[in-house]
Design a protein around this ligand. Structure first.
Ligand code: TA6
Length: 296
C-alpha cells in the first residue's frame, strides 16, 4: 500500500520495487515535512530534499519551521480588512486539515487530497466562506503540491493571497536561482517603507542568497531552476503570479527561535504565490496554484 495514515500525518511511498521515493504530510497545516527522492539515473540512496529545522515544533502549537507550509489567505502581515485579526501568513498553516481521499494510486505514484473548511477556531478570526483542497502527488522523481481555493459563496467575492512556502534543502551560499533576469521585484530587506515598496528590475542572470534576501518577484516564471554544485531542484509552476526568494542569513536567522543553529546555511525558500494584489475569486469559482518539484 503506497500510503499509510497515522493519527497526525500521512506517509506516501512510491511503489518502485527497491526503496522508492517518500513524502510525509502533517495534517497540521497540511505541511509536507519530508520529501526523499533520487535524481533520474542516480543510483545513490534517497536524499531528503526539503529542509525542516531540528528546532521545528511539530505538535501543532505553531507553524512548522520548514517543509512546505501553506500560506492563506494573507501573505506576511495582514493588510486586507477581511484579514485584520489574522496572524502573519494567515491561518491555513496553523490549522489541522482533514484527510479527504486517495486521488491516484498506480505504478506512476500516489496522490492524496487534504481539505480545510471554516471551523470554530477560524471563525473567530475570519468570517469569509472558503474551501481549500490540497492535492499532494508523489512520483518517482517529482513531488507535486497543488492548492485549490474555492469560493462557496453565492454572492460574495473572496479576496486572498495564497503561497507555498517551500524550504529547499541546499547549500545556501552556493545556490543560483534562474531565470529571474529582467523581472520586477520588491526587496523587503530595504530599511525604509518607501524603498520596500519600490519595484526594482532584476539585473542578475542568476540570483544568489549569500546575503539576507527577501524578494518578491512579479510575473513568476513557469519553470524555476535552483541549482548548486552537484545538485539542484527544478520547480514547474502554474497559476501562481509571484515568486518569493527568502534566506534570513545569520543577520535575521539567528533571531528566529525555532531555527536550528546555522540553519540558514542549509536552505533557500523559493515560494510560488499569488501575493502581489489580492486574487478576487468570484462566487462559485475555484483558483488553482500548482507546484511540481523535480530533483535535478
Ligand atoms: O518568506 C518570506 C517571509 O515573508 C519572510 O519575510 C519571513 O517572514 C518568512 O516569510 C518566514 O515567516 P514566518 O512567519 O514563517 O517566520
Amino acid at each position: 500500500m503506497p500510503y499509510r495514515k497515522a493519527n497526525d500525518r500521512v506517509l506516501l511511498e512510491h511503489p518502485k520495487a527497491r526503496e522508492g521515493s517518500t513524502a510525509e504530510i502533517l495534517f497540521f497545516g497540511a505541511t509536507v515535512i519530508s520529501w526523499r527522492a533520487r535524481a533520474k539515473g542516480d543510483p545513490d540512496d534517497l536524499k531528503e530534499r526539503l529542509f525542516v529545522s531540528s528546532k521545528a515544533v511539530l505538535d501543532g502549537s505553531k507553524a512548522v519551521r520548514g517543509g512546505i507550509p501553506v500560506v492563506f489567505p494573507c501573505f506576511g502581515a495582514p493588510e486586507h480588512p477581511d484579514h485584520s485579526r489574522l496572524p502573519q501568513h494567515g491561518f491555513a498553516r496553523n490549522q489541522v486539515w482533514a484527510f479527504d481521499s486517495v486521488v491516484t494510486d498506480n505504478d506512476d505514484g500516489v496522490s492524496v487530497r487534504l481539505t480545510l473548511q471554516p471551523n470554530s477556531t477560524v471563525a473567530k478570526l475570519y468570517t469569509k466562506d472558503f474551501q481549500l483542497d490540497y492535492v499532494v502527488t508523489l512520483a518517482e522523481h517529482e513531488l507535486s503540491t497543488d492548492i485549490h481555493v474555492s469560493n462557496p459563496s453565492a454572492s460574495e467575492v473572496l479576496d486572498f493571497h495564497a503561497l507555498l512556502h517551500t524550504y529547499i534543502r541546499a547549500p545556501a551560499n552556493q545556490v543560483a536561482i534562474s531565470p529571474l533576469l529582467g523581472k520586477l521585484y520588491i526587496d523587503k530587506t530595504e530599511r525604509s517603507l518607501e524603498a520596500r515598496n519600490t519595484l526594482k528590475e532584476e539585473k542578475r542572470g542568476t540570483v544568489d542568497v549569500r546575503t539576507f534576501t527577501d524578494s518578491v518577484y512579479e510575473d513568476a516564471p513557469r519553470r524555476v531552476d535552483v541549482s548548486w554544485p552537484g545538485g539542484g531542484v527544478e520547480l514547474k509552476l502554474d497559476g501562481f503570479t509571484t515568486l518569493t526568494i527568502w534566506n534570513p542569513q545569520a543577520e535575521v536567522g539567528s533571531k528566529i527561535g525555532d531555527m536550528e543553529e546555522n540553519g540558514w546555511e542549509r536552505f533557500v525558500c523559493v515560494e510560488p504565490g499569488y501575493v502581489r494584489g489580492f486574487k478576487q475569486l468570484g462566487p462559485g469559482k475555484t483558483w488553482v496554484g500548482q507546484q511540481t518539484l523535480a530533483v535535478e
